[in-house]
Ligand binder design. Structure first.
Ligand code: FAD
Length: 401
């Protein structure tokens, strides 16, 4: 048995042992506040068991294992419906970026341990009302203020900000240069005076995204995580992690096994849907697609392990996984007939087909909209000509708003 398979076996053993305390049955009917508290306990238990920060450096409380070990654990964990969603952005992007770019190593170490244990949560403050796909068009500004900076502006769609202790943020520090060049990357204390978080209600009834307002929030220069004007490169490093680490091949929808179980239970034309040729072909297509994406991810992980940067093919991951989740969820709803309309506002996107379908459109926007991913594939993989960029090289303050 390979080391990886032995590791997977150990992970399953541990997950089985805690499933009754933290898994889907334990979460049934909990309020969001109670579910978050349970999630914090789960994160702490995972840390104690040695399954937190699997591919992070040991000196930061991680396990120092390969990204493939992380994928193996995540794949198994996904099956149990554990309360990990609140922490997914935090330990997904901002904290790994903090490990890489944070200056005060002692402080970083403390934050990383606390984030891994679920005691602190980080958010990613990139998008704004007029800057999503065009991240470099952001308008939140940080102006020099004594020994530090004063931050003013608005972010939008910030996941889980209402529960966050810290965030990573990109702000404009020089409006007189081209838009990509005048940005700087900071971390910000979400409890600091001048920070206001307003939750937004989504179609599924949940409010996990927020508007965040900054009104002359003081930042010290030690909170800067990039050279002044060098924030775009750190933002890109964050998004690179997002493409690979923060998307599974199921596009964050239910596991394919759950669809097979459903097709086994439901009858179409007097026999199990699983015996229907169209259903079988949908399963086969979905399986093939997931296997292809997993192969791309595995290759990227091996590249990272070898100290290389994986390429733009991470865009394929998000584009195809979320699209196919949407299709499979739609088929699952159709198969259930009227029962497919039943909607439980507390159900998880990873277990419930209606919730998965309802949330798929936002999944096709968050972290890079479909059209932007298509642009990346066209330009960076297929080598087609660049999209029209009329503001290229123009000083930001001369671009018409
Ligand atoms: C559920 C959810 C969670 C999110 N969480 C976070 C978070 O935690 N932190 C954060 O910073 N952001 C977050 N976002 C924001 C997300 O990154 C943006 O919504 C996304 O980048 C798209 O930006 P936009 O909403 O401004 O849409 P726009 O950029 O205005 O795009 C609108 C439409 O125009 C299309 N379009 C835009 N430019 C082009 C082009 N050049 N060519 C072709 N088509 C184009 C887009 O594809 C899209 O269909 C989240 C969003 C959602 C929905």
């Amino acid at each position: 048995m390979s080391d990886l398979e032995a590791y997977r076996g150990r992970a399953i053993g541990w997950l089985d042992s805690v499933a009754a305390s933290f898994g889907r049955a334990a979460r049934l009917g909990l309020t969001e506040g109670d579910d978050l508290s349970l999630g914090r306990c789960y994160m702490a238990a995972k840390y104690e068991a040695g399954f937190a920060g699997i591919n992070w450096p040991v000196e930061f409380g991680g396990q120092g294992l390969s990204p493939l070990h992380k994928v193996a654990f995540d794949t198994e964990e996904m099956r149990y419906g554990m309360p990990t969603g609140y922490f997914s952005i935090s330990v997904g992007m901002p904290v790994p970026v903090l490990i890489r770019f944070g200056e005060d190593r002692e402080w970083v170490q403390e934050r990383v341990t606390r984030a891994l244990r679920g005691e602190e949560i980080w958010c990613q403050l990139f998008s704004e009302p007029a800057a999503g796909s065009d991240l470099a068009g952001l308008r939140t500004r940080a102006v020099p203020d004594g020994n530090g900076w004063s931050l003013t502006g608005q972010k939008l769609w910030t996941s889980w900000a209402q529960y966050c202790d810290y965030g990573v943020i990109v702000a404009r520090t020089d409006p007189a240069v081209a838009k990509h060049k005048g940005l700087t990357y900071f971390w910000v204390d979400m409890k600091a005076p001048g920070v206001e978080v307003r939750p937004i209600k989504l179609a599924g009834g949940d409010s996990h995204v927020n508007e965040v307002f900054f009104d002359e929030v003081k930042l010290t220069d030690a909170q800067r995580m990039s050279p002044v004007g060098g924030g775009f490169a750190v933002a890109m490093a964050t998004l690179m992690i997002e493409r690979y680490v923060a998307t599974d091949s199921g596009g964050f929808g239910p596991h394919l096994d759950l669809f097979i179980d459903l097709a086994r239970e439901i009858e179409v034309g007097g026999k199990a849907a699983l015996e229907d040729g169209r259903v079988r072909s949908a399963i086969a297509r979905n399986y093939a697609m997931r296997s292809g994406l997993e192969a791309i991810t595995r290759r990227a992980m091996l590249m990272m392990e070898a100290g290389m940067e994986p390429g733009p093919e991470g865009s394929l991951n998000k584009l195809f996984s979320v699209r196919s989740r949407q299709k499979l969820s739609e088929l699952a709803i159709d198969l259930q007939g009227n029962a497919g309309f039943a909607f439980d506002p507390h159900a998880s996107v990873k277990e419930d087909w209606t919730t998965s379908w309802l949330n798929a459109p936002t999944g096709r926007i968050a972290g890079g909209a479909d059209e932007m991913l298509l642009n990346t594939i066209a330009e960076k993989i297929l080598g087609l000509p660049q999209d029209h960029r009329p503001d290229k090289g123009v000083p930001f303050n001369q671009i018409p708003a």
